[in-house]
Structure formats: structure tokens, C-alpha cells
Design a protein around this ligand. Sequence first.
Ligand SMILES: [Zn+2]
Ligand SMILES: [Zn+2]
Length: 284
Amino acid sequence: MYIEKGLTYCSSCRKRYAVFKRRTSGEKLCRLCLYSSVVRQVRKALHYYKMIRKNCSIMFLLMANSPLLSIAALSIYESAIRDFNAGITVLCFSKYINCKMIRDIMKADRYGVIEVDDEFTTRDFIEWLKYGEYIAIKIARESNIEFIAVPLYRDELSTLSLFGLLTTSRTVFSEGLPIREIDNVKITRPFYYVVSDDVLYLALTDKHVIELDIGKCEFDEKAEFFKHAGIILRTSPELMYSSSKSVEILQSYVFGEVKKCRYCGSYDISDVCHYCAKFKSKIG
Ligand SMILES: [Zn+2]
Ligand SMILES: [Zn+2]
């Protein structure tokens, strides 16, 4: 939520004018304090869920539905992991995003960029996410990358878990978890404590980011559920936090005894979830 500039002081530093009101806490912050606060939220998740290690290799996924937001997220993530001496490789899907442009931008930032150019495309966001992670895990295994970082936010993660619970899809439910592991590869959600509105504001007020024209994919909203759940969760923080809490608690009751997919590490009733079975048959 924007605030008219020059009227209220930032409730954190009390020196600069506030430009943004956080819906989740009511805090009125200047851009710098908002940025630092998001970095702290990322660090909290990294430490609490052990999403990073000194001198490790990380693969960072650019989201096909919100690449500009992912670029803003990458810069926040980099600030959060500064003292870990980690190497970051960015994974870009050229059927959805202009990866050549990404490569040009990233060169200046010393990131390696891997371009994925296979024929598989989908209009279903969850399927894209499962596909993106399938490819990321495959590359991570081949190149000894330990962590995969996926910039999904608290509201999106709650929505994924709720959607998984409502449709009794264990593999979709697992997408909302902060971290999961398969054969020493950890799939992480460093933005587990961050609400998407905060990063969206930071992206929209970053001249370097919004001037890029890298394309994006408009996915079909699954049964409108995502759109509506997203709006409801973002406007009622209590619901968002209590649903992620319930998800954590329910996890052991609902899914405690089930198997894990051997490709993506998600909970499932069989050894391979239906998404990975499909990708395996299409792309190997
Ligand atoms: Zn401030
Ligand atoms: Zn799977």
C-alpha cells in the first residue's frame, strides 16, 4: 500500500519519510527499512530451516509468471546470503522469458545463467512449478548443486498448501513447505516469511528492474482459486499466518505415513508423483 510522501515518518528509522504501509503489520516504512526488513525475514528462514551452508552452490529459479519480481527477489536474496560465500546460478526458461536479456543483465552481476530450452510448455501454473523444479533438481544432481531457491512468497505458499489439502494432492501440498530434500538436493523457499506485496513494491520502485522487457507467461488461474485465495490471504494476515501454522501441524497427521516422489521429493501415495511421471515420459 503506497503512502503519500512527506506526511509520515518511517516507524523504523524515524528519520526518513514513510512510503509504504505494510498490510500485515500496519508499519509505515521508508523504502530502505522495508528492504532491510525483507532481507531480515529471508535470513530468518535461511537459518531456521537450514536453507544454506557456507561455500555452497545454489540454483535460483526465475519464475515464469513473475520474472521481474524474481529479479528483485534475487537481489534481496543475495543481500541476505552475503556472508555465506555461496555461488549462485540462475535458471531461466526461454519458452517463457527472454533469457538472452537475462544473461546480459546477469553478466554484470557475476551470476551464471543456465537456459532451459526444451519443448515442454504448459498454461497451468502448478504444472509449470513442478516442471521448473524437476529440471532444477536434475541439473543440481548432475552438477553437485546443493540448494535450489524458489522465490515463492508466504501468501503463495499458503495458497499452494491449502489447494493441496482441498484437492488432497500431496505433491501440491508439499510445494507450500519451506524446505524439502531429495538425494542431498534441498528445494528451499527463502521467502517463506515474506509477503509478495512487499517485494512487489520494491520491484516496482526499482528503475533498473521495471524498465526491463523480459516477457512473462500468463498462466490460467486454476479454477480461479489462486486469484481469490491470494486476495483473501493478503488482506487478512491472521488467516495467512494461521493457515501456514495449520499446514505445519496437519502435515504430520495427513501425510506422515506416505511416500516421497523419488524425483521431486514431494509427498505422494506412490514412488513417483503424476507430474514427474509425465515429465519423465516427455523429456526424460
Ligand atoms: Zn526507515
Ligand atoms: Zn514428483
